[in-house]
Write a protein that binds this ligand. Structure first.
Ligand code: ARG
Length: 298
């Protein structure tokens, strides 16, 4: 846990976020909360909470095809019992960081109705499958789930989890974590790449194949204005996207997936208001803030 600051907000967010604070935050908070839900529940809300994108805008959104051949560390989280056989039961993304460990977002493993960790006995990590309509690669059972003890579903802080694979994946490429406390990869304007099987249009169109898109890092001060009332916490979050024109972003279903700079895992798809909107960039878990905590689980 070295280097990881346990803040009062993180520890007390659940209790402090009750009625009064919740009501004051009003619609923005609701929008942000809905945007943070994994895809099946959020899918119905996307159309209404996301203004139509202008025609011809780039759309994960704005991306192109990607492949687990080139990105062998890119994995899907699937639960066929909960999400059906369609698209292999995919509901989130993740990153293989060692032959037995996958880093993803904590909120991927939460049940939004109970606000508690979800019960998904058939949770699988799907490796080597770019096209979810195929049986390529394999579906690996999960033997252990670690969720950051400071994770708060209300504040979206410390949105990270580590899954242990029941069957090791030696020889499959892994993506190293950024160093604890690193700042260079987060400098505004640095171009990062985000990967996932999430919504490609912001209106519930989920692709069968993996996509990726390049997104510039956004300054913390800018993002704090984009998400006022303290929704954006630079201590554990970082923003990336097209601040002024929108059009490139992660979206529902991409959660937990990697944001990559220079061959390192620097962010995890966490939340955002709508998708690819100007002035509402994607918000990612800042991996440099919790790299040591994650390494403690490897
Ligand atoms: N929370 C969403 C999910 O569970 C990801 C939302 C990301 N939104 C964004 N605009 N980048 O899939």
């Amino acid at each position: 846990m070295a280097g990881k600051r346990r803040t009062a907000e993180a520890a007390g967010a659940g209790a402090a976020g009750t009625a009064g604070a919740g009501l004051r935050r009003g619609r923005r908070a609701l929008l942000v909360l809905l945007a943070a839900l994994p895809l099946p529940v959020a899918a119905g809300t996307v159309a209404s909470s996301t203004p139509a994108l202008a025609q011809g805008q780039l759309r994960i959104i704005g991306g192109t095809g990607a492949s687990t051949q080139q990105e062998p560390w890119m994995v899907a989280l699937g639960s066929r019992s909960v999400y059906g056989d369609y698209r292999s039961g995919q509901f989130c993304g993740g990153t293989l960081v060692s032959p037995t460990k996958v880093v993803t977002a904590a909120h991927c493993l939460y049940d939004e109705s109970t606000m508690r960790p979800a019960d998904r006995p058939d949770l699988k990590v799907i490796v080597g499958r770019s096209d979810l309509s195929t049986s390529a690669g394999s579906e690996v059972a999960v033997s252990q789930v670690w969720i950051d003890p400071d994770y708060s579903m209300r504040s979206n802080m410390w949105d990270v989890a580590v899954l242990t694979l029941a069957v090791p994946q030696p020889g499959r490429g892994v993506l190293p974590l950024v160093d604890q406390g690193a700042t260079a990869p987060y400098r505004a304007g640095t171009v990062a790449t985000v990967f996932g099987w999430g919504d490609t249009r912001g209106n519930g169109q989920y692709p069968m194949t993996l996509h990726s898109v390049q997104v510039p890092m956004i300054a913390d001060s800018t993002c704090a204005q984009d998400y006022p009332d303290g929704a954006f916490r630079a201590s554990t979050m970082v923003c990336a996207g097209e601040q002024n024109q929108g059009g490139r972003d992660a979206c529902q279903g991409d959660s937990g997936g990697p944001l990559v700079v220079a061959g390192r895992l620097v962010g995890l798809v966490s939340w955002g208001a709508g998708c690819a909107e100007a002035g509402h960039p994607g918000v990612y878990t800042r991996v440099a803030a919790l790299a040591d905590a994650v390494r403690g689980q490897l």
